[in-house]
Every structure is written in C-alpha cells, then in structure tokens.
Write a protein that binds this ligand. Structure first.
Ligand SMILES: [Zn+2]
Length: 224
C-alpha cells in the first residue's frame, strides 16, 4: 500500500550551540511534499475499493478526481460519474473544476439512484459527496462489494470547521484517503478551512470565490 497525501519533509537543519561563547544558531527548513495517488496493483479475483479525496474549497479535489477518471478512461475501463442534483454552480451535467477542466456526469437526487444507474461499470466517480444523503457511505460499500472502484471527492469540513454531512462516515469506510490543502489567502500557510466572506448562516451556501476563500486555522478565526 502506498502512502498518499501531504507531508512535511525536513530538508535543511543547521544547529550551532556554543554556550561558552553564547553563540546559538538554529535553522530548520521544511518543504511541503505532496505525493501523488498511485492506483494499487491488484492480482487475482477482482475486488472493489473506496478512495476518498477530501479537503477544503480551492484545494484541487475535483481536479484530482478528474485526473484519476481520465486515466481510467485511457485504460478503456467504463466509468460513470455522479454528483448531487443540488450542485448546479457551473453546469448541470458536467463536473467542472475551477480551471474548467470538465468531464460528463449525471446529477442524482438520491444516493440510492447511484446503485440503480451504475450498471456494468468498472469505476464510479462521485463529486461533492458532502451534499449527499445519509445512505451515501452504504451505497459506496455496495458498489465496492460489486467489484467497482469508487472514487469520492468532497468537502471534509463546512465553513465553520465542522465535519460536513456524511464525509466522516465516508472517510471511515474508505480504503484510501487523500487529503488536499489550499493556501491561506492571508498568511500563505496551509489552509484547510473554506472561510465564508459573507455573514450568511446555514451550512449550505453555494458559491465560489465570490463567497469563500481558503484560510488556515488561525486566520479563519479573524473576522475580516
Ligand atoms: Zn493563515
């Protein structure tokens, strides 16, 4: 099993401690390393599995979902892509990432419809999973039991930093998890909060850069 996700790697360390002459020189430099998801190589009986791509807005979740699905299509495997009918920000029948990369998808009202519609497929992609109903994790399990590779992308936290919808349950049943991060617009550190710029309340408020910006945990506490 390959390691996936983001990690900090120590690339430079300088320590000079000389207490006799009171000389202290300390330098520690980290670089952020993001490792790309590599599909597991399986042999023998075909088995399904569940991959979850999570993170804040502007972290590249949909781009990563599209990247994996394009590779699936190049391999001549059959893929179906679903998204909740609620998400109509760009296009009703396409999954569109912020850089307008797109791939055709089917909007569904209920997660159970995915079970009905995903017939004869090798791979199922699901975007904006945080908006699906309480059955979504069970639906993904059922698909995996059919031998299907399930790739799910979704917001792990809402704008207040609370777990979003069924994402905690999806993360619990996932075989592989990739957590992506955005960059904080205020300080440049790693951001994991989709900060809401308006004062509107309620967990669901569809919008993009007009309504949200990525912020780190500390800057998300600031009210400006
Ligand atoms: Zn910040």
């Amino acid at each position: 099993m390959k390691y996936m996700g983001t990690k900090l790697v120590l690339i430079d360390e300088t320590k000079t401690l000389n207490f006799a002459t009171v000389t202290i020189k300390l330098q520690t430099v980290f670089k952020l390393e993001v490792e790309m998801f590599i599909e597991p190589s399986l042999s023998g009986e075909r088995r399904g599995w569940i991959e979850v791509i999570c993170g804040s807005m502007f972290s590249g979740k949909t781009e990563e979902l599209i990247r994996r699905l394009k590779r699936v299509k190049i391999a001549n495997l059959k893929a179906e892509i679903f998204k909740p009918a609620i998400d109509t920000r760009y296009d009703v029948e396409k999954i569109v990432s912020h850089d307008t990369n797109f791939i055709h998808s089917t909007p569904v009202d209920s997660s159970q419809n995915i079970l009905l519609l995903a017939q004869d497929v090798d791979v199922v992609g699901i975007d904006e999973a945080q908006f699906f109903d309480a059955e979504i994790a069970n639906v993904c399990e059922q698909l995996a039991l059919r031998g299907i590779r399930v790739i799910v992308a979704g917001l792990d936290m809402d704008y207040t930093g609370k777990p979003f919808g069924q994402m905690p349950n999806l993360l619990a049943v996932a075989d592989y998890i990739t957590k992506l991060h955005a960059i904080c617009v205020r300080c440049g550190n790693i951001a994991n909060i989709s900060y809401r710029k308006s004062s509107a309340e309620g967990q669901i408020l569809l919008g993009e850069k007009d309504v949200y910006e990525p912020r780190c945990r500390i800057c998300a506490q600031l009210k400006d």
